[in-house]
Design a protein around this ligand. Structure first.
Ligand code: AKG
Length: 281
């Protein structure tokens, strides 16, 4: 399945995902795109997040402790059930911006991920890379972190510039710090970035609704807790060279049964991962 694209989307994406932004994404693994979404698109997305919060899926999880004065909730893979998510994923310039930044002819949806921190949430999102949690291999990939509430510099998503060049580092569970994905010892552990912040080229931007931060799935990133409400939609796309990499363990998110349908190394040609822009694999 490939969706038809409105001609204006390419021009909107080119205005924001400029040549400078492409160079920054390729160099740093993360870039801030100001005003990528319109006020109407942000309103649709906020409505989608509120509906998702009111009716979380069975995949939702609480990522804060019971004694946290706030609340951190995540949910995954809801685009098929949530019409507002679909509208923003399929009808906004996100896919065109993804193609430009990834330098990819094709763009395929990977999944959506909602992350809301209620006011007073102490729980930080620890430093991590996303790709080691996933069932995909390849370099042409991208996530957009899209807040629908203003986010101050102190509470924003931060990145270690250049970390998207690798290596892969040990993914651990956010709250219990367990190595659930790769066997203990099989990947190097992350350095203690918080303890040595001055030694790392850390990037982060205060954001207004409509802004989006685009980042590579290997970019090291983290976020503090939230003193104000912070509703975020992250959506992830795959480019030409991305391939299915089934794991022996449950990935996050999990795609139950997919390994029986798609062989290792195959393009993600499956109804779960619709192609938004044609070309390439
Ligand atoms: O929103 C957060 O706190 C973390 C976001 C994140 O890790 C992601 O979108 O991959």
């Amino acid at each position: 399945m490939t969706t038809s694209r409105h001609p204006s989307l390419a021009a909107r994406a080119a205005a924001v995902a400029s040549d400078e932004a492409i160079a920054a994404f390729q160099r740093d693994g993360a870039v801030c795109l100001r005003g990528l979404l319109s006020a109407d698109e942000v309103a649709v997305l906020a409505r989608g997040i509120d509906a998702n919060l009111a009716h979380p899926s069975p995949r939702a999880l609480v990522a804060s402790r019971p004694d946290d004065p706030g609340h951190f909730i995540e949910d995954f893979c809801n685009w098929q059930a949530n019409a507002d998510y679909r509208s923003v994923i399929f009808e906004s310039p996100l896919a065109e911006a993804a193609a430009r930044l990834m330098q990819s002819r094709s763009v395929r949806l990977y999944h959506d991920h909602m992350l809301t921190k209620e006011p007073g949430t102490r729980q930080a999102t620890p430093w991590h890379q996303d790709q080691p949690y996933y069932n995909v291999d390849g370099r042409q990939n991208i996530s957009f972190w899209i807040p629908v509430d203003p986010v101050r510099r102190e509470a924003t998503l931060e990145f270690v510039a250049g970390s998207h060049r690798g290596p892969w580092l040990m993914p651990r569970s956010f709250m219990s710090n367990e190595a659930r994905w790769f066997p203990e010892g099989s990947l190097a552990d992350l350095p203690d970035i918080e303890a040595t912040r001055a030694q790392h080229p850390i990037l982060g931007w205060a954001l207004e609704p409509g802004d989006a931060v685009a980042f590579h799935m290997l970019a090291l990133h983290a976020a503090a807790g939230a003193d104000r409400r912070r509703r975020v939609f992250s959506v992830r796309f795959l480019g030409d060279d991305m391939r299915h990499a089934p794991r022996r363990w449950k990935t996050s998110p999990d795609f139950p049964g997919l390994a029986d349908e798609l062989p290792p190394g195959a393009p993600l040609e499956h109804a779960l991962f619709p192609r938004l822009i044609e070309g390439g694999a």
